[in-house]
Design a protein around this ligand. Sequence first.
Ligand code: CA
Length: 227
Amino acid sequence: METVILLAEDEKKLRDMIALHLEQEGYKVVPAADGAEALHYWREIKPDLLVLDLMLPGLSGWEVLKKIRQKHDTPVIILTARADEIDKLLGLELGADDYMTKPFSPRELSARIKAVLRRSRPQEQSTLVSYHDLRLDPERMEAFIGDTLMQLTASEFKILVLLAGNPGQVFSRLYILERIFGDMYEGYERTVDTHISNIRHKMEAAAASQVSIKTVYGIGYKLTSGE
Ligand code: CA
């Protein structure tokens, strides 16, 4: 369940650069080179978020945004080369969630995207599991440390949800196996060690976190915050 971003930008170099960066962050990016194409893809794929350049050939970004807002509240981040305040205000009045003035860094854009996506998902609040800077969204199968998205497998994700939903509690390998794979699973408890090891590596690679998975010798694992 990946997050799909529709990227409407007519400057190919910029579009490719942004797309590459966002893909590296784990998003699925659908590129559009003009306004009509953006609108077409918006209808077809129902993206989680739209990055929309204002100055697009044919149908402008303004018109695209207006049409979208008549029907839906898809989060939209506006890109504009014109830094004047009127553009910004108009963008916000039309219901853009945020805007970026060119030039900007792809890092900056992805930080905005994360913030907008977070704000736009209040209805899923109840299902979120979070512990310190670790945040798990079971509906989207997304795990974040701070703002960094971790690429977890389904099994890794389930294990982390179990641990993060009960921080400090020790879970045996057998318990984890049964919870994750069901009673019928006749695998080895060692499998859990492999998953845990992978999760640890991914957490470390994502960011320096206060949160870590501790091995409780002879028993199993627990999630703790850095003592
Ligand atoms: Ca443009």
